[in-house]
Design a protein around this ligand. Structure first.
Ligand code: SF4
Length: 189
């Protein structure tokens, strides 16, 4: 855990330090004011992992969801899930954020889902376009796409990390989105 992250920090952290899978979930949540179950789990547990409290998580999700639904509906249909992520419902287990391996290998996203690993689950042409729009240099995009082709998804992500943090050869052995976040914070702070 990286200490206390509060609701007002999420937006700027998402741009600077979230791995691409969590950036994608965050952007779609902001855009659609909704995420489906797989996305809420993957993103919700990640946010817990970076240190967002249950109280802030509840406010955060509610703020978005109630842009398209009554607060009643949110309480009935979604609040349980969030408490569940924090082990406050169901088996009261302490749910840990998903590793890259788990995200890459289980529960692939269907139409309308935004969870998963972008390198494994987003159409390569779309990904290329996304990175061109972001201003990632052509040779870096090529390198990322080569890794994708070879199914080295965490290496593709590591290279994305290097490019977006202006680093060379910063292979920290990526295994977990929360590790990506911690490494990014180390570089930026
Ligand atoms: Fe997320 Fe891991 Fe895929 Fe990177 S490699 S996008 S951190 S699941």
């Amino acid at each position: 855990n990286s200490g206390a992250v509060t609701i007002d920090m999420i937006e700027s952290l998402s741009r600077k330090s979230f791995p691409p899978c969590m950036q994608q979930l965050h952007q779609n949540l902001r855009q659609n004011h909704h995420l489906r179950h797989g996305g809420r789990l993957q993103y919700g547990l990640f946010l817990k992992g970076i240190g967002l409290s249950l109280e802030d998580a509840m406010r955060f999700w509610k703020l978005e969801f109630t842009k398209i639904m009554e607060s009643d509906k949110f309480e009935k249909s979604y609040a349980y899930n969030i408490r569940y992520n924090y082990g406050k419902e169901g088996k009261r287990a302490n749910y840990t954020p998903y590793s890259c391996a788990k995200i890459i290998m289980s529960n692939p996203p269907s139409q309308g889902d935004y969870h998963g690993c972008v390198f494994r689950h987003v159409d390569p042409d779309l990904l290329k376009q996304r990175y061109r729009n972001q201003g990632i240099p052509a040779e870096s995009i090529e390198m990322i796409m080569n890794y994708v082709e070879q199914k080295h998804y965490t290496l593709a992500c590591t290279h994305y990390f290097e490019v977006t943090h202006n680093l060379k050869n910063n292979n920290f052995g990526l295994q977990h989105p929360n590790q990506y976040f911690d490494e990014s914070q180390k570089v930026l702070n």
